[in-house]
Design a protein around this ligand. Sequence first.
Ligand code: ADP
Length: 423
Amino acid sequence: MTTYFGAIADDFTGATDLAGLLARSGVEVSLRIGVPDHPPVETSPLEIIALKCRTSPVDEAVSETQAALDWLRKAGARRFFWKYCSTFDSTPRGNIGPVAEALMQALGTDQTIYCPAFPENGRSIFMGNLFVGDLPLAESPMKDHPLTPMRDSNLMRLLEPQVTLPVGLANRHVVAKGANALRERLAALKAEGVAHVVVDAVADEDLSIIADAFQDLPLLTGGSAVAMPLPRLWLEKGLVQHRNDDGAHRFEDGPSIVLSGSCSAMTNRQVAAFLEDADRPRFKLDPLDLAEYGATAALDWLSHQDLGRTPILYATAAPDAVRKAQTTLGADRAGALVEAALAVCAVRARDLGVRRFVVAGGETSGAVTRSLDVTRLDIGSEIAPGVPWCFARSGHCDIALTLKSGNFGSADFFAKALKVLDA
Ligand code: ADP
């Protein structure tokens, strides 16, 4: 099918989050991991390319997104979206602004919007200031992020040093007046030479108005939520079509496995809930053991399990245990050891016949999909907001995967995921 919408996401689980929200429309969505090394064939109406460029040097981020844009244009895309985190994760140099400006230039457009709001997940924007739940961004836990500490809550001030052209605001009062008023505001700002417009949104209705107003702009930028209403608008106009199948069962029969490398508070609860079943086959990966003995013990264990009982392999641990491993091995090495172990276990599981993979952790998901040689994911039913089942080809098998970033999902996520697939 011809592609209408092409999105570029600056990280992997952000891309799956966007994919899940777009798929709610019933239009087929495909997610590519990195820019495909082949020309577009069998593309979907809604295509997303997941990059890993949130904190890469600006030049690299610009050239990677440019390559992604070229591929999406070849696929036929007419509308483009630059997806970043709903907490506007960036440094004073970028990469949100520089990439947006480069995409605008490539697309020959002189204005775009910035709307990272995601009301369903507590991200709202008022007078250009971003809130995380009740807190301004700069007072939220994001102020201490190791790579992108957010020390200002004002999106205009954050954006200004990242771009060369003027920045402006379309505030909530304008949004509340509706799509026409919002378009007029952008036209007035354009007459003043404003290229980058932050748009307020505190509720889903605001996002619907914003999507309605700007569905025909060549380039939009923001979090996943502002893109969510777009496919429905395009369906009404016949620009995209519903998928023909239900998208839920394109994988081979076979057992399931849970692989968890996230140590977030929510994943700790999810693992604990899954382990409540006393019959559950379980293997806890310890980075210190992995450093000394490698992943052989985990692989041997896996080969001797009754796969019908959905085994779980997990490195998920409480903060003090994580700190201990990091102090001994260094955070990077501890993380890399766990990721590599879960990645080889995923391949072994597939070779043993496993066809459904529940994976927890953003980096972990990247490592597992790489080792399974997955380059394209077709998006199926949503398990929790922003976490869909995905279907992929891996080593001549059709498998189902769900890739959950740290804090997504509720405590019963793993069991729920398996139930959704059986439904
Ligand atoms: P999240 O989505 O919660 O951030 P990620 O998979 O992105 O999860 O990141 C978790 C990181 O922590 C991974 O690099 C993983 O390998 C690492 N890790 C997992 N378990 C441990 C542990 N017990 N000790 C140290 N690091 C760990």
